[in-house]
Ligand binder design. Structure first.
Ligand SMILES: *[C@@H]1O[C@H](CO)[C@@H](O)[C@H](O)[C@H]1NC(C)=O
Ligand SMILES: *[C@@H]1O[C@H](CO)[C@@H](O)[C@H](O)[C@H]1NC(C)=O
Ligand SMILES: *[C@@H]1O[C@H](CO)[C@@H](O)[C@H](O)[C@H]1NC(C)=O
Ligand SMILES: *[C@@H]1O[C@H](CO)[C@@H](O)[C@H](O)[C@H]1NC(C)=O
Ligand SMILES: *[C@@H]1O[C@H](CO)[C@@H](O)[C@H](O)[C@H]1NC(C)=O
Ligand SMILES: [Cu+2]
Length: 701
C-alpha cells in the first residue's frame, strides 16, 4: 500500500521490448531518442497565481515555520504543504486585467503540520514572510502520512523480538523480509490515535515481494511515538512460493512474448505546443498544469479558441482527482481494515513517480518536474512527473465518403491528433496512469489506467476444487488469493462554461407510446430536460435510466437559441456495493452517487474530507451536499466518480496488464457548428511510408 520500500526496489533496465523503429524513415539527423525537458522552476519570472510552490518557496515556507516554532524543530513534521490559491474572483480578475506590470497576487501557502500529537493548520504569506493563521485542528482524522514515517514504521518489526521469533519459527531468513504500511480505517471506535498497521513479505530474492505475504502477522505502530503498540501472529499459512512472479526483463528467461514493432510519430518541426512556466498552449487549447502533493496533476483555466468568435472561451476553472477509495472485500481479521482513501492518506502527488522517457510516454514527449515538501519541510523533486505529448493513434476525427453523387466519389477524412498530459501515481502495489487528453473538437478525455501488482492473501489452497468457503477473492496462483476490491476515483470538475454562472441540466430519454392512429409505429423516445435547482436534484446514479448530463450556461445561447454547455460522457457507471451503514462506506460516501453538483466553495476540495486517515465521514462530499444548496445559475462544481469492481483473474498475476476507463467532457451546443470543420490534417502524418501497405503484400519483420 504505502510506497515505503522505494529504496529496496531495483533500478529497471532501460530496454524493455525489442524496439524495431523504422530507421530508414529518418532523413534528417534528428534522433527520436533525444527527449526534451521543461525546467519549469528556473525559466519564468512572473508567477501565474496558480503555479505550484517552487523549491525556493517550499524552502521559505519551511524556514518561516521553523523560526516561529524555534524550540520544537526536531518534532515538527510537515504533512501537507501546498499553494493556498487566491480566491477565484481574484484569479479571474487578474486574468482579465494582467499585463507585465500588474502586481502579482499574494502567494500564500497552506501547511498541515504535526507537533506534540496535534495537527496544526497554518496559512502563511510568502511575500511578507508572515504566518497569517495557525490553528489546531481538533476534529477527527489525521493528515497525509509522510513517506519518512511510513519507512520508519515499516522497519520497526525487523528488530522487534516477537516478530523475529515468528520469522524464525517459519524457518525464514529475516534479511529477506520487507514490510509495508497500511492505514487502519475507522470502525466505530470512539477514541483513536495516530496508528497504522504493518504487514510483511518474504522477498526470497524477487522484486515482486507483494505476492509473498507473511499472512497472519499484523503489527500496529503508533506514529506519534514511532513504537510498536500491538503485535499479532495468528496464522500459519505457507508463504506462496509460485515461480515466475518476476517482472524485471533482466530476470526473464526465454521464450519471450510477441515481438512488437514501434509505432512512432515524427515531428521534424518539433512539438506543436508551447509551454511557458506551467501554462500550455496547443492547437485551439490553452490551460495551466499544476502539481499538488495530494492531488497530483491539477488542470486549471482550460479555454478553447473559438474560430468564429475569434476568442478563447473558458471551459474549466479547475479539475483534478479529488479522492480515491479502495476498499477490500475481505472482512476477516487481517484484512477488514483495508479500506484505503489513497489521496488523503498517501498523497496522490506524493505517490507520483518519475516517468521513463520512451516507455511511459512516446518519443516526442516533453517532461516537467514536480516538487513537494518532505516531512522535514525540505523540497523533494520528482523529475519527469508529467509528460506532455501530441498523440496520434491512427484514429479519425471525422470522415465521410459520398458516393451518391453521380460520376464522383468524395472522401474527406481528418486525422485525430490530441494533446495528452500524463502522470503515474504508484500507491504501494498499484499504479494509476492518469491521462488528461485535449482534443481539437473541444473534448477533454480523462482516463485512468490501473496496473501494477494485486494485493494478495496467502492461503493453503493450491487448487480451486479445494475451496469450499468464500475466500473473498480468486485463486490466482498456488497459495495466492487475489482479493476482491474496488477502485473509485472522484474527479473535482469545476466547469465554467463561458463564465461562472452555470446550471446542471439533466435531459432524460424516455419511451413514449404512440396513442393515436397516425403512425404505424407503436413507440419512440424523446427527451425531457430538467434544470437542477438544488444539490439533491443533481445526485445521480448512472446506468439506471438514460440521460444526458450537461453543465450549461443558460445566460448564453447559440444563434439558434440553444443554451451553451458541456456534457459529461461517463465511462464507468459503477456504484458501491457496501451497505450505507458500513464504516468504510460512511467514510467513502462520496461514491454513493456517480455525479454530484455543489456550489463552488474554495474549501470544499477533498471529496473524502481534508483529514482522510481514520476519518469518520463527517467532512465528505455527501455531508456538504446535505445542505441542499441552490445550484441554478451559480458557480457550480460537478463531481464525477468512476469506479471499478475488481474481481481478479489469473492474468492480473504476477503483474496486471493495464485496465483503463475514463470519461469525456464534450461541447454541447457550445459551438455554432463542428469546431474542427476547417481543421487540416497534419502534414507530418501524410509523409508516412506506410500509406501504401496492403495486407498480403507486406511481410512483417
Ligand atoms: C533552500 O535553503 C537553503 C538554506 O536554508 C539553501 O542553501 C538552498 O539553496 C535553498 N534551496 C532553494 C532551492 O532555494
Ligand atoms: C520530541 O519528541 C520526543 C519523543 O517523543 C520528546 O522526548 C521530546 O521532548 C520532544 N521534543 C520537543 C522539543 O518537543
Ligand atoms: C539470509 O539472507 C541474506 C540476504 O539475502 C543472506 O546474505 C544470508 O546468507 C541469508 N542467511 C541464511 C541463513 O540463509
Ligand atoms: C525461496 O526460493 C527458493 C528457490 O527458488 C525456493 O526453493 C523456496 O521454496 C523459496 N522459499 C520461500 C519460503 O518462498
Ligand atoms: C464552504 O464550505 C465549508 C465546508 O463545507 C463550510 O464550512 C462553509 O460554510 C462554506 N462556505 C459557504 C460560503 O458556504
Ligand atoms: Cu484492482
Amino acid at each position: 500500500m504505502a510506497p515505503t520500500l522505494k529504496k529496496l526496489l531495483p533500478v529497471f533496465p532501460l530496454s524493455i521490448l525489442s524496439f524495431c523503429f523504422f530507421f530508414f524513415l529518418f532523413h534528417s539527423t534528428q534522433s527520436i531518442f533525444s527527449f526534451s525537458r521543461i525546467s519549469s522552476h528556473t525559466t519564468h519570472h512572473h508567477h501565474h497565481p496558480l503555479d505550484p510552490l517552487t523549491p525556493s518557496e517550499l524552502n521559505i515556507t519551511r524556514s518561516i515555520i521553523l523560526t516561529s516554532y524555534a524550540g520544537s524543530i526536531p518534532n515538527l513534521t510537515f504533512h501537507y504543504v501546498g499553494l493556498d490559491e487566491p480566491d477565484k474572483p481574484d484569479i479571474l480578475s487578474w486574468l482579465s486585467n494582467h499585463t507585465s506590470t500588474t502586481k502579482p497576487l499574494p502567494r500564500r501557502v497552506f501547511v498541515i503540520a504535526r507537533l506534540n500529537k496535534q495537527t496544526h493548520e497554518i496559512i502563511l504569506d510568502l511575500s511578507t514572510k508572515l504566518i497569517i493563521s495557525d490553528q489546531i485542528y481538533s476534529g477527527h482524522g489525521y493528515p497525509i502520512l509522510t513517506l519518512e514515517e511510513q519507512t520508519a514504521a515499516s522497519e520497526l518489526p525487523l528488530t522487534h523480538p516477537p516478530f523475529m521469533e515468528s520469522i524464525k519459527a517459519r524457518g525464514l531468513n529475516i534479511s529477506e523480509v520487507v514490510c509495508s504500511t497500511y492505514t487502519v480505517g475507522w470502525f466505530g471506535e470512539r477514541k483513536s490515535s495516530r496508528v497504522l498497521k504493518i504487514q510483511c513479505f518474504y522477498t526470497n530474492g524477487t522484486a515482486n515481494f507483494y505476492v509473498r505475504p507473511l499472512e497472519g502477522i499484523t503489527v500496529v505502530v503508533d506514529l506519534d511515538e514511532m513504537k510498536i503498540k500491538e503485535y499479532y501472529d495468528r496464522l500459519k499459512v505457507p508463504v506462496p512460493t509460485t515461480e515466475d512472479t518476476e517482472y524485471r526483463l533482466s530476470k526473464q528467461k526465454p521464450p519471450f512474448g510477441p515481438r512488437l514493432n514501434s509505432a512512432t510519430i515524427l515531428q521534424p518541426e518539433g512539438p506543436g505546443f508551447v509551454i511557458e512556466g506551467h501554462s500550455i498552449r496547443w492547437a485551439n487549447w490553452a490551460f495551466h498544469l499544476g502539481f499538488d502533493v495530494r492531488a497530483g496533476p491539477i488542470i486549471s483555466l482550460a479555454s478553447i479558441y473559438d474560430l468564429e468568435k475569434q476568442k478563447y472561451r473558458r471551459v474549466l476553472y479547475r479539475a483534478y482527482v479529488s479522492e480515491l477509495f479502495v476498499p477490500y472485500m475481505d472482512p476477516t481479521e487481517d484484512w477488514y481494515f483495508k479500506t484505503f482513501i489513497d489521496a488523503g492518506e498517501f498523497g496522490f502527488g506524493q505517490s507520483a513517480v518519475s516517468l521513463k522517457p520512451m516507455e511511459d510516454c512516446p518519443a516526442q514527449a516533453v517532461f516537467m518536474d514536480g516538487y513537494y515538501a518532505r516531512q522535514d519541510g525540505k523540497s523533494v523533486q520528482i523529475s519527469n512527473v508529467f509528460c506532455i505529448f501530441e498523440q496520434y493513434a491512427g484514429n479519425v476525427m471525422w470522415r465521410h465518403t459520398e458516393s451518391d453523387i453521380p460520376g464522383e466519389v468524395i472522401t474527406e477524412v481528418r486525422q485525430e491528433v490530441s494533446l495528452v498530459v500524463r502522470s503515474v501515481s504508484t500507491v504501494g502495489n498499484y499504479d494509476y496512469m492518469m491521462d488528461w487528453e485535449f482534443k481539437p473538437s473541444g473534448s477533454i478525455k480523462v482516463s485512468v489506467g490501473l496496473t501494477g501488482i494485486l494485493e494478495v492473501k496467502g492461503m493453503s489452497y493450491t487448487h480451486a476444487d479445494q475451496i469450499k468457503e468464500d475466500v473473498h477473492g480468486t485463486l490466482v496462483a498456488e497459495n495466492t488469493i487475489g482479493v476482491y476490491h474496488d477502485h473509485f476515483l472522484s474527479y473535482h470538475l469545476d466547469l465554467d462554461v463561458d463564465g461562472e454562472a452555470n446550471s446542471f441540466v439533466k435531459t432524460s430519454l424516455e419511451t413514449r407510446r404512440v396513442t393515436d392512429n397516425v403512425s404505424p409505429r407503436r413507440s419512440y423516445w424523446t427527451t425531457t430536460s430538467e434544470t437542477a435547482k438544488t444539490e439533491s436534484e443533481a445526485r445521480i446514479r448512472l446506468g439506471l435510466k438514460p440521460a444526458d448530463l450537461v453543465v450549461s450556461n443558460q445566460n448564453k445561447k447559440t444563434k439558434v437559441g440553444n443554451p451553451i454547455g458541456y456534457r459529461l460522457i461517463p465511462g464507468s457507471m459503477t456504484s458501491p456495493l457496501l451497505s450505507d451503514d458500513d464504516y468504510p462506506q460512511i467514510r467513502g460516501a462520496f461514491t454513493k452517487y456517480n455525479v454530484w453538483v455543489t456550489p463552488y466553495n474554495k474549501s470544499e476540495k477533498w471529496a473524502g474530507g481534508l483529514y482522510a486517515d481514520q476519518s469518520r465521514g463527517e467532512d465528505t462530499l455527501a455531508m456538504w451536499s446535505l445542505r441542499n444548496r441552490e445550484i441554478e445559475n451559480k458557480d457550480i462544481v460537478m463531481w464525477y466518480t468512476m469506479g471499478f469492481h475488481h474481481a481478479p483473474y489469473q492474468e492480473d498475476f504476477p503483474i496486471m496488464p493495464t485496465l483503463s476507463s475514463g470519461f469525456e467532457l464534450r461541447p454541447a451546443n457550445f459551438f455554432e457548428r463542428n469546431p474542427v470543420l476547417k481543421t487540416k490534417s497534419p502534414e507530418i502524418l501524410v509523409n508516412s511510408i506506410n500509406h501504401n501497405r496492403r495486407a498480403g503484400a507486406f511481410h512483417g519483420v
